[in-house]
Design a protein around this ligand. Structure first.
Ligand code: SAM
Ligand code: SF4
Length: 342
């Protein structure tokens, strides 16, 4: 679609100190979730008091401010975005930016548990592609990893999403000794259903109950192992995220690798993240943040909010330095992925 930025009132994207245009915003709309994935949350998570969390109206104002500031791709995440009460009213409100052409993409990352209920509504709000996280196709293992998820429900959600016309990408966290032996099956299954498949390395975010060095599986190893059985060809395909894609010749489908630990993808980072309390993080792997909730609540006009966004992005760091190591045993960053949004 041809889009006339000036006519829509959208300003040019903000450029950070390293020359990167900030065009991609990920927003965590809730820290709550109906699952408790072992690499993401502790079994007995304490969630934030509701009053600290931005209201849906505040989230709309915040996202719209970023769209005004040149953001072209918006991903809602969490926690589980679809368990937030009345979440469809936020999608509905944000769909005006898709209609105007200001947003190229409105999308979400979900665990799939609520897709049966919401797939059609999401499509109606202008959502066209979604990421669904599924680490295993074994129902018992699925229960173990998510601690309370039901694979059959998620698979029905996936059917509903594809029936509604949503393009689905499946994300799986690579876990040593848990799903590494299943990856061939998952490639056949995803590609057979016309879905791309992306593997993610575990990142040391937030205290969990387990030892991360036991779960950590470098994707460089996975790739080496897969290439003994599959013909993998590097392709330039990008979705605006950090994944590097390869085509699997045997299936014609794509497999993506997100490797924050073994490969530094910061040089092309075009994104920032906002938590459900309105903290803006310029980098997933660094602690520096800006309090946009204060700016939002300080006045009804957006001037303070715009100024806070500009000022924060002017501090966006060059990159992160994640380490998982047996000596420190501490996460590099103390907040959980469910707080910052995956
Ligand atoms: N609940 C939704 C879901 O699971 O898709 C959205 C939020 S979740 C935090 C987003 C993504 O982050 C999921 O694909 C999840 O597997 C991934 N994730 C969570 N904790 C992680 C960690 N410590 N390392 C790497 N990926 C993680
Ligand atoms: Fe919930 Fe997603 Fe975290 Fe799993 S990864 S506990 S589904 S937020």
């Amino acid at each position: 679609m041809d889009f006339d930025r000036a006519a829509s009132g959208q300003s040019a994207p903000i450029i950070d100190p390293f020359g990167r245009s900030i065009t991609y915003l990920r927003v965590s709309v809730t820290d709550r979730c109906d699952f408790r994935c072992v690499y993401c949350m502790a079994e007995d998570m304490t969630f934030l008091p509701k009053k600290e969390v931005l209201t849906l109206e505040e989230l709309d104002r915040l996202c719209s401010a970023f769209v005004y500031k040149g953001v072209r791709k918006l991903r809602l995440t969490g926690g589980e975005p679809l368990v937030r009460r009345n979440i469809m009213s936020l999608f509905q409100a944000l769909s005006r930016h898709v209609e105007s052409g200001a947003l190229e993409e409105l999308t979400l990352t979900t665990n799939g548990s609520q897709l049966q209920k919401y797939a059609k509504d999401l499509y109606a709000c202008g959502v066209r592609r979604i990421n669904v996280s599924i680490d295993t196709l074994d129902a018992d293992k699925f229960k173990e990893i998510t601690r309370r998820g039901d694979l059959a429900t998620v698979l029905r959600g996936l059917d509903a999403a594809q029936d509604a016309g949503l393009k689905v990408k499946v994300n799986a966290v690579a876990l040593k000794g848990v799903n590494d032996m299943e990856l061939d099956d998952m490639i056949w299954w995803t590609h057979g259903r016309g879905m791309d498949f992306t593997l993610i390395e575990t990142m040391p975010l937030g205290d969990i109950d387990e030892d991360r060095t036991d779960q950590y599986l470098p994707l460089s190893l996975v790739r080496k192992n897969l290439s003994e059985r599959w013909t993998l060809e590097d392709i330039p395909y990008r979705t605006g995220g950090p994944a590097r894609y390869m085509e699997v010749k045997e299936t014609g489908g794509k497999i993506g690798f997100i490797t924050p630990m073994t490969h530094n993808f910061c040089e092309s980072c075009n994104r920032v993240r906002v938590t459900c309390t309105g903290m803006l993080y310029m980098c997933l792997g660094q602690d520096d943040s800006a309090d946009l909730r204060a700016a939002l609540r300080a006045s009804e006009g957006n001037e303070q909010l715009y100024a806070a966004i500009d000022e924060a992005i002017a501090r966006k760091p060059k990159g992160h330095d994640f380490v998982i190591d047996r000596k420190t045993q501490k996460p590099a960053v103390s907040r959980h992925m469910s707080v910052t949004g995956g």
